[in-house]
Write a protein that binds this ligand. Structure first.
Ligand code: DGJ
Length: 753
């Protein structure tokens, strides 16, 4: 890792362990030279292509000729660069157009915080930052482009700050957080774009397409990062796979509207950028003010998508997620949503708690429906007072009874919302986001609170903090169940600021909450996984992945989620069958295997499921205790995908020291006359011998030996098979032949000695 500036040649070199990012100056314009595999001799300036004849006039020195093709690091519109621009500013007289020239830079140890925004962090020992200052003399505006690198991690975290040093206000109509340019084709074969699309209960499916000429936009305008599109893109070489090929990825550390744009130009260059969605954004920057755009993480991998994912995982576990629970086993929870929906009372919850305790479950989470007079999703959001008809004795009684049973207690809130049928709305209907004179759209019979207003944020915070102060509550599920529409706030002069100010409001409240309650385990959620993004991970170490808890559907949802997010962050539960969303019945064991690759918990009425299934829970719980350290902290590999083969998924987690690997194998669909399948593992010690421990193969483990067992001796006791690491990686091992749909196996290999 290291950052340097060659003043003679005017070249910036940013190195991570295996990648280099290079920029140069031409006539004080900052240009992009290279992003890719690490080069130890800094490139020359030739890649700036600043003396090429690029226009019909043939006049090399002309500004328009230059601007039309120069690889601007941060392209500005209106002055000759016709590609997608990164920034659009309008001055008080309505003039557009801007151009920024290099003024100075600083390279420093560590990384500054982005005030009010989620951001990656690092210490002076492991992090270095380059900040380049650019200036538009006509507008009197400065731009600060930041690039931070972290020891041992092949990611660069980037952000932009804009400062208005002029005497007049400037309108920011667009401000991307990061951009770079590259060749659009690899020896004539166009680069491809990977993005994630979805819907409610169908989040993060992988899309891959070749990039023709022109632009592609992946974005959200729903006020949240959304189910539909995800703030992630990867430009990949056409030959890129899980294990090979070039990948240039971007992920946005933000939870609101975003856009990711690629623009393939007339000269077969590709401009790639990401930032706040400018369609729904406008910001007035008054004299002396500054604005910081959220951070973008860029990752280059020369070894395909797998290495890209592991880089994101390491970055997020090491430099983004702050919770004290990050490196701890999370309590195994049972959530009553799919067990009871709104239909519960104290006795029902306690009966679930008692049965859960007997099975080794550690926490009861009371989901939606405990407050106001809410018995369906039609009322009471905003009235965060316990419904004592449902829960006589209130929370104090319920929580203390649950604690007496021996379980921790967690609770659900949807703090950003207000129901029209609520005391809050009757008192403060103007607190809902709406356009005056226009009937605001309801969605799930609710409105969104105007969190741009301080008094609204204070009400929200104080009402949920009062609940948290009133009883021994150790976990919060923070839900958010509708998109933002009717963008209007009576208190704002510029309505274009609302959506970003709203996000800042959400971040502020969550920051207050985790500051006052540092021991609280916070899980974010948004109708499942509509706000599963790096922004929310800054506040909560885990996020509910999807409302689709069906184990077969979860295979692709979780696979897409692992492109950037570590398994430790993915909320995953075993639920009841037939599954409430898709009606499918899957083996209890397979449901456990899939949920074990997330935070793990249960979402069912344990008092009502079959005795057989209930009897298996302690064995699953023991298995969780055995494997969770590895799942949470290890290196993750996607080994086979049902998306490609139509039949089965296989993935593994390898310990950082390569001493053990857990392989999860799930057959989605059985088939006739199939041969056994060989799976090749990755990331092992090629010289070492690994013992296959079959004691957890069926997805359960003996609850008595589970947690305490020494992994090596457990493996040796049940060992019949010993493999060398290179054999497992290059030859593979044969998985069990499974009969039927939705069957799974777990294989635990432990290094010998
Ligand atoms: C949506 C969440 O994703 C569910 O898990 C559940 O909490 C419901 N909201 C409750 O309304």
């Amino acid at each position: 890792m290291g950052i340097s500036y060659d003043s003679e040649r005017q070249i910036f070199l940013i190195n991570t362990e295996h990648t280099s990012y290079i920029m140069g100056l031409s006539n004080d314009y900052l240009g992009h030279i290279y992003y890719g595999k690490r080069v130890n001799v800094p490139c020359g300036r030739s890649m700036l292509r600043d003396s090429e004849m690029a226009y019909f006039s043939g006049n090399i020195g002309e500004k328009c000729t230059f601007a039309d093709s120069y690889p601007f690091e941060y392209g500005t519109g209106g002055t000759g660069d016709f590609r997608e621009s990164c920034i659009e500013l309008t001055n008080v007289d309505g003039y557009t157009g801007c151009e920024f020239k290099y003024v100075s830079h600083r390279i420093y140890k560590g990384k500054d915080a982005l005030a009010g925004l989620p951001h990656t962090f690092g210490s002076e020992d492991d992090t270095e930052t380059l900040e380049i200052r650019l200036h538009d003399e006509v507008l009197g505006v400065k731009l600060y482009l930041s690039y931070s690198v972290f020891a041992g991690i092949d990611a660069i975290c980037r952000s932009i700050r804009i400062v208005n040093d002029s005497e007049a206000a400037v309108e920011i109509r667009k401000l991307m957080s990061a951009s770079f340019e590259m060749d659009a084709a690899d020896c004539g074969r166009p680069m491809e774009l990977i993005s994630l699309h979805g819907s409610w209960a169908r989040e993060r499916s992988l899309d891959r397409r070749p990039m023709g000429h022109g632009g592609i936009v992946i974005n959200s305008n729903r006020g949240i990062s959304s189910h539909q599109d995800h703030p992630f893109i990867a430009v990949v070489s056409p030959d890129a796979t899980e294990t090979a090929g070039d990948v240039w990825a971007m992920n946005f550390v933000y939870s609101g509207n975003f856009e990711a744009v690629t623009d393939r130009t007339q000269h077969d260059r590709l401009r790639v950028m990401m930032g706040i969605n400018h369609d729904t954004f406008d910001w007035t920057l008054r004299p002396g003010e500054e604005f910081t755009a959220p951070e973008v993480v860029t990752v280059y991998s020369a070894e395909g998508l797998g290495a890209m994912s592991r880089t994101f995982h390491d970055l997020y576990r090491g430099h983004l997620i702050r919770s004290k629970y990050l490196h701890m086993k999370r309590p195994i929870l049972i959530n009553n949503w799919e067990a009871t929906y709104f239909n519960f009372d104290t006795e029902k919850l306690l009966s679930i708690a008692r049965a859960a305790k007997e099975s080794g479950i550690e926490m009861l989470v009371m989901d939606d429906g405990w407050f106001g007079h809410r018995s369906s999703d039609n009322s009471s959001l905003g009235d965060w007072q316990v419904n004592t008809e449902k829960l006589p004795g209130g929370l104090e009684y319920l929580v203390s009874e649950v604690n007496k049973i021996g379980l921790k207690f967690g609770i659900w809130f949807e703090p950003e919302m207000v129901s029209p049928d609520s005391e809050l709305y009757r008192a403060h209907s103007d607190w809902a986001i709406a356009i005056p004179g226009r009937e605001a759209s309801q969605c799930r019979t609710q409105f969104v609170l105007d969190l741009t207003r301080e008094e609204v944020r204070d009400y929200v915070y104080e009402s949920i903090a009062a609940v948290l102060r009133s009883a021994n509550i150790e976990y919060v599920k923070w839900d958010m169940n509708r998109p933002l529409t009717d963008i209007g706030s009576t208190k704002l002069k510029n309505q274009g600021e609302l959506l970003h100010r709203y996000m800042l409001g959400v971040y502020e409240i969550q920051e207050r909450m985790i500051t006052e309650f540092p021991n609280l385990l916070l899980e974010n959620c948004s109708s499942g996984g509509a706000r599963l993004d790096p922004g929310m991970l800054y506040y909560s170490p885990q996020i509910w992945c999807s409302d689709d808890t069906d184990a077969m559907e979860r295979l692709s949802i979780q696979e897409g989620t692992t492109l950037m997010y570590p398994l430790s962050a993915m909320g995953a539960h075993v639920s009841d069958c037939p599954n409430h969303i898709v009606g499918r019945t899957t083996d209890f064991a397979t449901r456990g295997i899939v949920a074990l690759s997330g935070t793990f918990g249960y979402e069912l009425d344990i008092t009502k499921i079959s005795e057989a299934d209930r009897g298996l829970i302690p064995k699953q719980v023991a298995l969780y205790h055995r494997v969770n350290d590895l799942v949470r902290e290890g290196d993750y590999y996607r080994l086979a995908s049902g998306r490609d083969n139509g039949e089965f998924y296989c993935w593994s987690v390898v310990a950082k020291d390569k001493s053990e690997v857990l392989v999860s194998y799930v057959q989605q669909r059985g088939g006739a006359n199939l041969r056994t399948r060989a799976v090749k593992l990755q990331g092992l010690d090629t010289e070492a011998e690994y013992i296959l421990d079959r004691s957890m193969c069926d997805g359960f483990i003996d609850e008595k030996t589970g947690d305490a067992a020494d992994k090596n001796s457990a493996a040796e006791e049940s060992a019949t098979e010993i493999y060398r690491g290179d054999e497992l990686m290059y030859v593979g091992f044969i998985t069990d032949k499974l009969w039927g749909d939705g069957k799974g196996r777990l294989y635990h290999f432990v290094r010998k000695g």
